[in-house]
Write a protein that binds this ligand. Structure first.
Ligand code: TMP
Length: 214
């Protein structure tokens, strides 16, 4: 049976490398579709033609140096496009939008770990994303070494290839953000099986969805 929402619901998945967010954002999408919700699944950076090209500059080009400030601006450019072309139209149609990463990733990767002042990121964000904020953010938390082990050394992209201390700052950044906004950001430890983690994910997702049912 088709389920209707009073307004669009925006859910994002975040976490350190190898935390399983792509798996869980897809499982969530499939689950909600089976339940009768209209769901749009997307990812960052990318999700639009321009965004996919920016993704390839940011991630594929291992040999070029990009400063954290330029990185931040490129991620925000990709985000601005994704919001205009994909996220906003879907939210206006009262869909559930699920994104594999969003603005918290910029605060954590370019801010906490990259050293770009958070104040500057918020300034750019106010232009690139306007008033759009996730209703729920799931941070899948994992030990940094364990997460990186899941990505083969020669398959690592430009950001995944950064040193361990960078990835440790990423994890700390996510946990700090979650501490500051416990209402929106839910941390789930990914210690057990995929099924066990997904039960927790589903419970957080449904808590938010139920609040917006027609
Ligand atoms: P992923 O699709 O495997 O998560 O790859 C995206 C990579 O880009 C990941 O290493 C995190 C990084 N990233 C940032 O550094 N800043 C951002 O704003 C976003 C969205 C991603």
């Amino acid at each position: 049976m088709k389920k209707k929402l009073r307004r669009g619901v925006f859910i994002t998945f975040e976490g350190p490398e190898g935390c399983g967010k792509s798996t869980h954002s897809k499982l969530t999408t499939d689950f909600l579709r089976k339940e009768g919700y209209a769901v749009l699944h997307t990812r960052e950076p990318g999700g639009t033609e321009v965004g996919d090209r920016i993704r390839s500059i940011l991630l594929d080009s291992k040999k070029i140096e990009i400063s954290p400030l330029a990185e931040m601006l490129l991620f925000e450019a990709s985000r601005a496009e994704l919001i205009k072309e994909v996220i906003k139209p879907a939210l206006l149609k009262n869909k559930v939008v699920i994104s594999d990463r969003f603005s918290d990733a910029t605060l954590v990767y370019q801010g906490y770990a990259g050293g770009v002042p958070k104040k500057e990121i918020y300034r750019v964000e106010s232009v690139s994303i306007g008033k759009i904020r996730p209703d729920l953010t799931i941070v899948l938390d994992i030990d940094v070494k364990r997460g990186l082990k899941r990505i083969y050394l020669n398959n690592r992209d430009r950001i995944e290839s950064k040193e361990l201390s960078f990835h440790r700052s990423v994890r700390k950044g996510y946990l700090d953000l979650a501490n500051r906004d416990k209402k929106r950001i839910k941390v789930i430890r990914t210690k057990g099986t995929i099924e066990a983690t997904f039960r927790e994910v589903k419970s957080e997702v449904m808590n938010v969805i139920r609040r917006h049912l027609l």
